[in-house]
Ligand binder design. Sequence first.
Ligand SMILES: [Zn+2]
Length: 113
Amino acid sequence: MFNANKYSTKELIEMELRDMPYSETKDNIVGFALQLVENEAYYVAEAVAEAILHYKDDENDTQSVQCNMCMWRGDEEELTLEKEEDETFKACPNCKTDAYLMDLPVGGVQCKA
Ligand SMILES: [Zn+2]
């Protein structure tokens, strides 16, 4: 019989996520779910579902950027793709360089939960 007590909360969370390929986001999801279980008394499955949702939302947020050269502001999607030698990079639509681009904070980094 499966005995949940043999496993740590973290291991249980990792088992829930065993189909997800390793990534930084997965790490974050595990950490976030662990917090929910330990601090908010969530069930493991519930915490994992919540954490996945939380980080899915994050991925959909578009990063806002500012060019410190011309003070242009916009979403990352509005940057132009520039090619230099064999490298392609996202650049300011006015200056055609990424040297002055700065990420703007998106609504703080705190969790809404
Ligand atoms: Zn610019």
